[in-house]
Ligand binder design. Structure first.
Ligand code: FE2
Ligand code: FE2
Length: 274
């Protein structure tokens, strides 16, 4: 242990006071001083400072301090500085084109989540749900489970759409038996005292009893810890799963006259003024 000589002497009352002490008294004082510092260090290590989370009211008070609302999609705002120019998509754009050229803020997290699901031996439908679960946040964040399921619904199975839609509600409810604890991230984002809206609670109660609860729950399980800044991920391991489970329209996403085509065009062209 390092001893700051000046602090030690000051703790004894200064150099004059120390000069009045005998050798044994000085040794005793030093030992006592070192024990006290050691105890402080051990206490500091064993009792980590509890993270501070804002309250829901504090977060609400921040609304008028920002130029954008919290639910705005990533493509429409920059976290710092200005937004970037987007590359032009090929004609007949495919899902993989959107992954590489438009899902710039969400693809890393979704790829980490899908990678975790793949390594954990999840079904291909769960892996696909994890891969797609948050990418709609590029156009809108609020109610992203519902928006996300709608964006993909014409091209995926009902079960995968179910898992995407309802991961949003399930993430507020712990299920330790299946490996899901309420995350600190939500205490930070929603406030430590946040209570989900009644429609979220009602949705949770419905999904809890549904035959596809497990699929939706596994999206939340593989969602946690999928925020590693150093993780190396790639779309490559998922290309075959996309091929088997995602019905790519031959006209390209946005041009197939499906009920959600406009959503894909919005992701393609977020700079259009109207
Ligand atoms: Fe999500
Ligand atoms: Fe997520």
């Amino acid at each position: 242990m390092e001893i700051d000589r000046r602090v030690f002497i000051a703790s004894l009352g200064g150099t004059t006071a120390v000069s009045l002490l005998g050798d044994e008294a000085k040794a005793d004082a030093l030992e006592e001083y070192m024990s006290a510092r050691l105890n402080e260090a051990v206490t500091a290590q064993s009792a980590p400072v509890a993270p501070q989370f804002p309250s829901a009211a504090e977060l609400e008070a921040q609304i008028e301090t920002r130029p954008t609302r919290r639910g705005v999609g990533n493509l429409f705002t920059a976290r710092s500085g200005n937004v970037k120019r987007l590359d032009k998509l090929p004609s007949n754009p495919r899902l993989v084109d959107f992954f590489t050229m438009r899902f710039n803020n969400t693809s890393n997290h979704c790829l980490q989540s899908a990678t975790k699901a793949l390594r954990g031996g999840m079904s291909e439908e769960v892996v696909l749900a994890c891969l797609l679960h948050d990418v709609v946040q590029e156009i809108i964040k609020v109610d992203h489970g519902w928006w996300g399921a709608q964006l993909f619904e014409p091209y995926i199975s009902e079960k995968v759409a179910f898992a995407i839609r309802y991961h949003q509600a399930l993430r507020f409810y712990a299920d330790p038996a299946n490996g899901y604890e309420y995350p600190d991230l939500y205490r930070r984002v929603f406030g430590h005292d946040y209570r989900p809206e009644p429609y979220i609670e009602a949705t949770y109660q419905m999904v809890r009893k549904h035959k596809w609860y497990g699929e939706a729950r596994m999206v939340t399980v593989n969602d946690l810890y999928a925020f590693d800044a150093n993780a190396q991920v790639s779309l490559e391991p998922f290309v075959d799963i996309i091929g088997r489970h995602f019905k790519q329209p031959k006209e390209g996403l946005g041009y197939d006259n499906s009920p959600v085509a406009h959503m894909w065009r919005t992701i393609e062209r977020p700079d259009a003024p109207l």
